[in-house]
Design a protein around this ligand. Sequence first.
Ligand SMILES: *Cc1c(COP(=O)(O)O)cnc(C)c1O
Length: 433
Amino acid sequence: MKLYSTKNHHLSVDLKTAVFNSLPADKGLYMPTILPQIDENLMLNWGSKTLPEIAFDMAYALLKDDISSEDLKAIIEDAINFEAPLHPLEKDVFVLELFHGPSLAFKDFGGRFMSRIMAHFLKKEHKEIQILVATSGDTGGAVALGFLNVPGIKVTILYPKGKVSPIQELQLTTNGNNIEAIAIDGTFDDCQALVKKAFHDEELNEKLNLTSANSINISRLIPQIFYYANTYAKLKDQFENLIFVTPSGNFGNIAAGMMAWKMGLPVSRFIAATNSNDIVPEYLQTGIYNARPSVQTLANAMDVGDPSNFVRILDMFNNQLPVLRTMMSSYAFHDDEIRAAISAIYQQKNYLVCPHTATGCLAVTADKEVHPALDKTAYVVLATAHPCKFPDVFEELGITIEEPEQVKELYEKEKICLEMGNSFEEFKAYLMG
Ligand SMILES: *Cc1c(COP(=O)(O)O)cnc(C)c1O
């Protein structure tokens, strides 16, 4: 696999470079030069295949020149060792539960796959690397748990102090060993800015082998195409048109779905659901991309004011907004709508969704109002996190949540974290020291 930069299509680097650099020097994002077409005959056989088997078919098409098929199989079996079941909500609406991994969010796919890809490349080199990651809550947990005790890799996680849920904070701060957490006095955008600055700081890069683990890293994006393919395999005999509804913050998850579609996966449309941080729905409507500071919402893993992966989506559509509009719709919802949706789905369907997933459910209703129903169409809402990670909203609504075992164990553990302001000088001095 060769990759270029969204800012320079003449650049050509290999997978290893893209994985360890994370960002090209021109501050674009890496994209595969070729998105290989999946063989249609292969897809015909998917009905009887498991998630890891379908994941392998997709990954092999992309990575066959970089990793042997044996190694790739082992990496996938180790990384994708949990299910992604479909929960039927209505006869034409399904919820794709992506929260059955260790951190109870879809980011486990990215975190676990990336860590194993890095370990695969590092094995030969005896090198130490330091991963810096900014999280609005869920990335950090997935990265921490994905990298815990991986030799040769130290992980530093920055999160906005007071803006992640108690369970998320425990997932970030109770690991110890090679994982360290820093609570930043600021927003997620501040955390992301600190990390980005560090990657472009010469002095820091001379001293440390800095590597990113944010959703901008291509090795986090690749495993996210797996469950789109797996869902197609499960629904293809029943439905002719598939519409994926992805609750979006940095737009990595939905970008991965579009990569799968570009590889030939039959998808009719993609819908990005957002909270009040409605930069992308506004852009699709007006053609004006107006990045701005994020506002805090109930769906806080999507509190992003300048979605970093959106340039990848624009790149896949050659920056042609009219073409993008034929394939992508986007809707934004306020906290009161999110609250009402959680409550209504619980009352009517006896099913609990997290606030992020709720924006997806709301988007289905909104979309049905604008797009006439096609025959044999299924909406698939990606459930990005387990509801127990966002307990506040459920308390407000008088709903009690049964916590999974992984969570109960966290309460017993010791919490260790540093606190810091949002100045780059302070952060840099710490990393240098
Ligand atoms: C990260 C996250 C999102 C947003 O995903 P992007 O790939 O950044 O668009 C949505 N929901 C949850 C629960 C998340 O953790």
